[in-house]
Design a binder for this molecule. Structure first.
Ligand SMILES: Cc1cc2nc3c(=O)[nH]c(=O)nc-3n(C[C@H](O)[C@H](O)[C@H](O)COP(=O)(O)OP(=O)(O)OC[C@H]3O[C@@H](n4cnc5c(N)ncnc54)[C@H](O)[C@@H]3O)c2cc1C
Length: 244
């Protein structure tokens, strides 16, 4: 090999869709590119892909009156894999829908003017418990943890109080609501609602609430969650779409 043959501006490892696209883009920009493929043939899993694309809660769905949700996507992905998909990996795709684990942190950075790349690397913990695990095993340094989740985890595992350090408290934000499917019988929904709202007046109910570190349930309206929407819209309006 001559000197200019083994000296490259860009070395791409893997000749699947991502690698081929990266190599082509770099070559088109004038770079001298090496594309390395360990397999006997290039194409990787890209060559087996059905080419289907997954979207959730799009403007088009909203205009067409199609109800969708991140939970529905999670269920679809789990069903498509016949239950074999790893929840953590799906959550890596889903969890930008978390308020306390994503939206509120992004908004806080926006308020600080730190939109250009505050963190060295952003990965998904999947769930609040997953993020706590990541901090404990040293794979992540910091995470946005919902305070109610943190308090519950700390009550169950007091050692977390010394293992984790709270570096900032952001909020308060509206607490997650209790939700039921729209398809639930309205009479049953009303009954459940009444039961929850009256638990605090009953000694047995109070014991259940205390186990969940709660005093009582209160009625909420959709507008109570406007502060969460406002935070998301503010970040999106400034083009700060991705936590970084
Ligand atoms: C049967 C099937 C159906 C699918 N259907 C869909 C679908 O409908 N919609 C969808 O969005 N996604 C689908 N996917 C997923 C999709 O194909 C992959 O997410 C996507 O192709 C990944 O592209 P990639 O370039 O990152 O990886 P790949 O296409 O897998 O390419 C990676 C390449 O890197 C090579 N490589 C790995 N390690 C090394 C190394 N150390 N040195 C050199 N080379 C290396 C591999 O041999 C491979 O050629 C499907 C996947 C499969 C298997």
């Amino acid at each position: 090999m001559s000197a200019d043959q083994d000296t490259f501006d860009v070395v791409v490892v893997g000749a699947g869709l991502a690698g081929l696209t990266a190599a082509l883009t770099a070559a088109e920009a004038g770079a001298h590119v090496a594309l390395l493929e360990k397999g006997a043939e290039y194409g990787g899993s890209s060559s087996r892909s059905g080419g289907g694309m997954v979207f959730v809660c799009t403007d088009l769905q909203e205009k067409a009156g199609v109800e969708d949700s991140l939970d529905a996507l999670r269920d679809d992905l789990m069903r498509a894999s016949q239950g074999r998909a790893q929840p953590e990996i799906i959550d890596a795709y889903n969890n930008t829908g978390s308020h306390s684990g994503y939206n509120v942190v992004r908004h806080h950075l926006l308020e600080l003017g730190e939109t250009g790349g505050y963190f060295g690397r952003v990965v998904s913990g999947g769930t609040h418990q997953g993020s706590i695990r990541g901090i404990l095993d040293g794979t992540i340094d910091t995470a946005g943890i919902d305070s109610t989740v943190l308090e519950t985890e700390e009550a169950a595992r007091p050692e977390l109080r010394t293992a984790l350090r709270t570096i900032a408290v952001i909020g308060p934000s509206p607490i997650p609501p209790v939700v039921v499917p729209r398809t639930l019988d309205p009479a049953l929904r009303t009954r459940l609602r009444d039961l929850l709202l009256n638990m605090g007046a009953d000694p047995a109910g109070r014991a259940v609430l205390a186990a969940g570190r709660m005093t009582r349930f209160v009625p909420v309206a959709d507008a109570d969650y406007d502060p969460i929407r406002a935070m998301a819209r503010r970040a999106e309006a400034t083009g700060f779409l991705t936590l970084r």
